[in-house]
Write a protein that binds this ligand. Sequence first.
Ligand SMILES: *Cc1c(COP(=O)(O)O)cnc(C)c1O
Length: 432
Amino acid sequence: MIKLNEQYEQFGISKRVYAYGEEILASLQERFRQIDEVAEYNQLKVIRAMQECNVSEACLLGTTGYGYNDLGRDTLEKVYAAFFHTEDALVRPQITCGTHALALALMSNLRPGDELLSPVGKPYDTLEEVIGIRPSKGSLKEYGISYRQVDLLPDGGFDYKGIRAAIGEHTRLVTIQRSKGYQTRPTLSVARIGELIRFIKDVRPDIICMVDNCYGEFVETIEPTDVGADMVVGSLIKNPGGGLAPIGGYIAGTKDCVENAAYRLTSPGLGKEVGASLGILSSFYEGLFLAPTVTANALKGAIFAANIYEKIGFSVVPNGSESRHDIIQAVTFGSPDGVIAFCQGIQAAASVDSFVTPEPWDMPGYDSQVIMAAGAFVSGSSIELSADGPIAPPYAVYFQGGLTFPHAKLGILKTLQNLIDRGIITSDFRKA
Ligand SMILES: *Cc1c(COP(=O)(O)O)cnc(C)c1O
């Protein structure tokens, strides 16, 4: 008999907290089996895309300088296009993060006088400055691109009447954020995104439908491009990098959308032809290969956390039993102390930087203080075990990642122990 609890005790996790976790886990076996099935399906999809594109050993090498004829880069972009069932893709280390990928997709596909519409409410915080909702140098607004937003209905549904009214002659692009980001609204399923796109295309077929796919990749067996999206955009230090990609972003979509983005990323005339991949392509390929199972591990961690905190009485989104469409778990603690104790617990479970204590700080791009726990092999990677929360009502923490489920489990048990040690939860697992 392996004495797992003794291992946990060395991390300061009591026998009772460990046993509580085991009880929750026992109830989740059927859901975990379903997640494994999705991972298996997506694993085969990824392998097939790589086989169809003739990925070879030579693709794993890189180029320098201008990067003309970079076989690995060009093939990887074909693999992404094959996986997402799109005409083309742009997958580059020169795209520095998710915000950059989204800004690139927007700025390259919109022209002065155009209007951008978000029919799903406020976009992710960092996009407020990209769009110019909060004034910023170089925003779309400064270039004469206007923005409109239609909020979700109180029940989380689409406000179809409002959306129809908001579509005008200048509406050029609709941005749909799949994941909830720093909000407590539900994440959109691919099927619901499909319904929304169908509605928009019915009103005006020439409107470009872009999906911010961050955190959603591989969670379902289909992607937004399978239900009509013209473009999906995401970060390689989230799901599709599988924890191995050290940087990067992707845009997959129609030939026209991707070409516009490439001309903006490098230069008009140069487009996709330049951009050396240096030596990191093997991490992009291997990361994509691992991404389906890594995403599954992160999902299991999210569900484990949801069930632990829901049972104690905290509000969790998604709840413990509903279906999942991204890897983020929100838990509302209602106090800064709860958010801080949770994040410090996640940090204490890290392999890297476990000895540091995260504190709230004024992070660029966010309009309140934020606390972030991330002891990651890739700095800031949120497919790795990580948690963050704005220090603002309703004092919710957003938890995500875990390259392996055992690591996610350790992190979550550590948060629970921390909350108990600080008197925020009682020793018989109730809200204090
Ligand atoms: C993470 C995220 C972004 C921004 O990505 P960064 O890599 O942090 O710049 C945008 N949208 C959503 C929904 C995200 O989750």
